[in-house]
Design a protein. Structure first.
Length: 95
């Protein structure tokens, strides 16, 4: 799964409707819908806010996505690393 899919699945599992998730993350419901359905990329700030709304961390979401094989480390070196979503090619984190 992608990070977006993990957020969507966790919200569903916890019974948090998209409207409430959006409100708690200080985002519009339309924006959350587009991002969770893979039509728009999420910023790190948005992942942080959505994770907080679900009482989890971005790291936990990334670990869950990595376990399902949706993310890959690209250019991992002593200078930094990049985590990329395999399905969309979107860069999730670059440090």
């Amino acid at each position: 799964m992608t990070v977006a899919a993990e957020i969507k699945a966790l919200a569903r599992k916890r019974g948090v409707p998209q409207r409430l998730l959006a409100e708690q993350a200080r985002m519009s419901r339309a924006s959350v819908s587009l991002k969770l359905n893979g039509h728009r990329d999420m910023t790190l700030s948005e992942v942080e806010r959505l994770a907080a709304a679900l009482v989890t961390t971005p790291k936990a979401l990334i670990v869950r996505a990595e376990r399902t094989g949706a993310l890959t480390a690209v250019g991992d070196s002593s200078d930094g690393f990049t985590i990329q979503d395999k399905a969309s090619g979107s860069i999730i984190l670059q440090a």
